[in-house]
Design a protein around this ligand. Structure first.
Ligand code: HEC
Length: 124
């Protein structure tokens, strides 16, 4: 019985932590300029009603679900940029490739952000 209050506290804190995490990650993405090209939710249009410049992050989560090493691979892509000759989202986005973001975000932060992106649940 002694342990009950701690357990109750942990249960109450967990959702608040998740919400804070969402806020922190959204702020990080905004500050690093990611949200100029990316939406979190699929379906939103880019400038002039064209396809969005980059893939929606919920779509990224769906594409790499269960893929081993996705976090490391995507963190490297975010830092170094993607190759227009090897587009992973051809035809789905209006941007040809992602420029390197190393000037805008630290690698450790990019890794955290990518981890958060990959954990986004796919909308049913
Ligand atoms: C100038 C526009 C632009 C900015 C800024 C940008 N991206 Fe991208 N991003 C793209 C495009 C375009 C693609 C699609 C590349 C492709 O087709 O392979 C992409 C792809 C991605 C992917 C998937 C890569 C893959 O190989 O499937 C992730 C993850 C991602 N971006 C995260 C980020 C993060 C995090 C930031 C901010 C630090 C960011 N992006 C900033 C345009 C951008």
């Amino acid at each position: 019985m002694k342990k009950t209050p701690l357990l109750v506290l942990a249960l109450a804190v967990a959702p608040a932590f998740a919400a804070n995490q969402d806020e922190a990650m959204t702020a990080l993405a905004k500050n690093a300029g990611c949200l100029t090209c990316h939406h979190i939710e699929p379906g939103a249009k880019g400038p002039d009603g064209m396809a969005p410049i980059g893939p929606a992050w919920r779509d990224v989560a769906a594409k790499y679900k269960g893929v081993k090493g996705a976090q490391a691979q995507l963190t490297a892509t975010v830092m170094k940029g993607s190759s227009p000759y090897e587009s992973h989202w051809k035809g789905q986005v209006s941007g040809l490739s992602m420029p390197p973001n190393a000037v805008a975000i630290k690698e450790a932060d990019a890794k955290k952000l990518v981890g958060w992106i990959l954990a986004l649940e796919t909308k049913k």
